[in-house]
Design a protein around this ligand. Structure first.
Ligand code: SF4
Ligand code: SF4
Length: 115
């Protein structure tokens, strides 16, 4: 299980400050992935980020509303990774183990300067 940031997110970064394992990062490039996301392999499901979000954009994976799940044929190419076309209804992990994620953590907080 993990927590999921939905497209309600407006990138204010409030959740980043409270995550004890620093697994919340901004989507990049912003025009392709305009919200933050949670690395599901690092998230410990502590729930600390949920009340911090002023827009109630964060859900436990099993409780993501249908309106915010990918639709059939909907596509995303986060972080320049593989194109993913949803078959419908599933909550998908769009956080590949790729260099930009490591670059972000190596650079520390300044997420606005993601490569
Ligand atoms: S549930 Fe906890 S560990 Fe997971 S993203 Fe939120 S604050 Fe971080
Ligand atoms: S606190 Fe909510 S709106 Fe702000 S970056 Fe996190 S998920 Fe997005």
């Amino acid at each position: 299980m993990t927590h999921i940031i939905t497209s309600i997110c407006l990138r204010d970064g409030a959740c980043v400050e409270v995550c004890p394992v620093e697994c919340i990062v901004p989507g990049y490039p912003e025009d392709e992935w305009p919200w933050f996301f949670i690395d599901p392999d690092t998230c410990i499901d502590c729930g600390a980020c949920v009340p911090e979000c002023p827009f109630e954009a964060i859900f436990v994976e099993e409780e993501v509303p249908d309106a915010y799940k990918m639709k059939p044929g909907q596509e995303r190419i986060p972080f320049g990774g593989e194109r993913y076309a949803a078959e419908g209804g599933e909550v998908v992990d769009l956080t590949p183990d790729i260099q930009p994620n490591y670059d972000f953590f190596a650079a520390g907080p300044g997420y606005d300067s993601a490569p």
